[in-house]
Ligand binder design. Structure first.
Ligand code: PLP
Length: 376
């Protein structure tokens, strides 16, 4: 059974009703988009409409959109297929980027990339490079100065990729003015289905991009295999809804700020990570001194509230987050970090429910020095 209060939208967000409707309709239809007959042409139309919606979400050209199986594959294609010998990635990237290898660019205590160091690293070696820095971090919500980073990359003739999986649909994202060559997106972070995403790549990046799997030449040979038509249709509908609801994030930011203010009042020793930086409006990541994050997640789950300890993509593992470690946060603090992330259907009452449950837990810990363990 799910939780009545779901505050883990950075892990995956509630499907948008329109996305569900179009997916169900698409699932009921036969038709391969590569076929020339009417059924095939209908499937192709579904895909091309979705491509335009996804492009519009980030102000890209529809031609720039390469559909993939999600953010993970988009990141892999952007890096493994980049056609460059040297890769530099920030220290706070999602594992789907970090595990592609590459030299690590350090970040400061807020998780912001050290641009002076990046410049020096690129200056020290003229090998054609790709720089990959995420637009917003999945654990802290901290937003990177991508336009400045892209400008440095450009100065050194490096290609620039940004993982915008968490940023898209939460803040205005403009592929063209950010100055990046490639950008990763994922449908299930914006109210579409899991298992579909896109790599946005401009003409220059597409010119050197190499497919990492081979097949029937789909997506102009860059991501081959019969398209996930229903998933892509859902992605398009979610992108359209996310773009039209973008201004709702002002209200979401108010909920997040109310939650953080109340937490600090209850627990003045709490640390809010990235609090001094620009952050996504929906994300809060903070400590509860004296309690491991896994204990908090379990206790809150028992109270009907779904939140995450650090990155949900690494959930199940109870170790200090690599992101917080890279930010220079000490292990004890990192191990007590909790991530609360709001979504398009979050309500003020969710904040109250969270504060009641978190406050109860805090009092139990700080009065009795122990926490009631969840039933086995
Ligand atoms: N990049 C970031 C920043 C993410 O937060 C995630 C998922 O949490 C991914 C990439 C992977 O996306 P997907 O789940 O679509 O593979």
């Amino acid at each position: 059974m799910g939780n009545p209060v779901y505050l883990d939208h950075n892990a995956t967000t509630t499907p948008r009703p329109k996305a569900v409707t179009v997916m169900v309709a698409a699932l009921a239809e036969a038709g391969n988009p590569s076929s020339v007959h009417g059924a095939g042409r209908e499937a192709r139309k579904t895909i091309e409409e979705a491509r335009s919606c996804v492009a519009a979400l980030v102000n890209a050209n529809p031609d720039d959109v390469i559909f993939t199986s999600g953010g993970t594959e988009s990141n892999h294609l952007a890096i493994a297929g980049c056609g460059r010998k040297r890769v530099l990635v920030s220290a706070i990237e999602h594992p789907s980027v970090r595990n592609c290898g590459g030299e690590i660019v350090p970040v400061d205590r807020n998780g912001i990339v050290d641009v002076v160091e990046l410049d020096a690293m690129l200056m020290a070696d003229a090998t054609p490079a790709l720089v990959s820095v995420m637009l917003a971090n999945n654990e802290t919500g901290v937003i990177e100065p991508i336009d400045e980073i892209a400008e440095i990359a450009r100065r050194h003739n490096a290609l620039m990729h940004s993982d915008a999986v968490q940023a898209a649909g939460k803040i205005a994202v403009d592929f063209k003015t950010l100055g990046v060559d490639k950008m990763s997106l994922s449908a299930h972070k914006i109210g579409g289905p899991a298992g579909v995403g896109a790599l946005i790549a401009n003409e220059k990046a597409r010119g050197v991009l190499k497919a990492t799997a081979f097949g029937g030449g789909q997506e102009r040979g860059l991501r081959q295999g019969t398209e996930n038509i229903a998933g892509i249709a859902g992605f398009g509908a979610a992108a359209k809804a996310a773009l039209s609801d973008l201004s709702d994030h002002a209200q979401i930011a108010k909920m997040r700020d109310r939650l953080e203010t109340a937490i600090m009042k209850m627990s003045p020793d709490t640390i809010i990570f990235g609090a001094d930086a620009d952050r996504l409006p929906n994300t809060a990541c903070f400590t509860m001194p004296g309690s491991d994050s896994d204990t908090q997640v379990m206790a809150l789950d028992l109270a009907g509230i779904a939140v995450s300890a650090g990155s949900a993509c690494a959930s199940g593992k109870v170790k200090a987050s690599g992101v917080l470690h890279a930010m220079g946060i000490d292990d004890d603090q990192a191990k007590s970090a909790l991530r609360v992330s709001f979504g398009w259907d979050s309500k003020d009452g969710d904040v109250d429910a969270f504060l009641n449950a978190w406050g109860d837990l805090y009092e139990r810990i700080h009065k009795d020095g122990k926490i009631a363990q969840p039933a086995a």
